[in-house]
Design a binder for this molecule. Sequence first.
Ligand code: PLP
Length: 399
Amino acid sequence: MTRGGATRLAQRLQAVGPSPTLAVMMEAKALRERGVDVIDFGPGEPDFDTPENVKRAGARAIADNLTHYTDTSGLLDLRKAISARYRERFGADWEPGEVLTGCGGKNVLFLLSLALFEPADRVAIFAPYWVSFPEQVRLCGATPVLLQAREEDGFVPRARDLEPHAGSLRAVILNTPCNPSGAVIPADEVERFVAFSERTGAVLISDETYDAFHYGPGEFSSFASLASRVRDRLVVVNSLSKTYAMTGWRVGYALGPRPIIEAMRTIQSHDATHTASISQAAAVEAIRGPQDSVLAMRAEYRRRRDEILGALSRIRGIACATPPGSFYVFPNVAGAERRLGCPSSADLARRLMTEIAVATVPGEAFGAPGFLRLSYALGIDRIREGMERLHRLLGGRET
Ligand code: PLP
């Protein structure tokens, strides 16, 4: 038997830990099961139900026996719907053969990492980042190059920060609107990233999972609108999870150069094969059917965002900029840490959980200590109650 015996794990696991956001979810659940009334600002998923027309399409797929294997890339009809959506919305001309669907955005991003990255590769990621970006890169044996987006700049990633690494980057992973900061990359900065990619050959990966939840000002700027300039090196990833409150259905997708999409398809053919046929049928209806539920969710998120921002601005030791997108706020809590004598935001999050039963995710999880992520994917009454608990613990802001 080799060293470590039968339970010896692959080397690649040494650089990777479990998802910290899921850990908060489990902790909140455990407290709730003990009868504690937890106000849970942790969740990374909509509290809305999947729209009725989408649920009906799923049920119809079962009744119609659409319960067999589909194409590994997903139903042609679904890929056509995605391709048409991007053509209409952003003028991008990805054919259905340049679209791959999979088991959620997370899975699609992992297939993409597996298709592109190997040990010598360096991949730029801006902090605060979504927790799985660096871990997926590490699981492929490649090296995440972690850059900082600045709080005073609304956490917008800046292409100029890539310059010291120009020529050495295999790829740049961007996320707009951003989880956790809510930052949205404006059109002129999207252009600068595209120009960087044109000049250096780095692949651009744009995760636009929250693109439906942009509250302005102005329109959302997708990298897709500049796809023609970087056709051989841009991959846009998206998901139905947040847009249509379909987290459990597991449908995500990527649009990009045919060789990359085909490589992802090959990997998927030895992995999940495809996402569930029933979910795919529901996804076709989600994309082609009426969009009023998405607009209603966006209006409600916006109302909640404004509520939570107003309340946070009245709490001592907390400072929060207005995030233009996603369903998270990402306040600076350095003052609150000092006030409570917490050595870190992880410690602050623990204190909030144990002392006032308020669940948040500490900034350390996203490479940004000194901040907390609060999701506003919970009812406005719960938001108010959570804000009152924070106010009681930390006190009101001195005017
Ligand atoms: N990308 C970002 C930025 C996310 O926040 C998430 C989920 O939280 C995902 C991708 C993946 O979501 P899913 O796998 O449910 O499509």
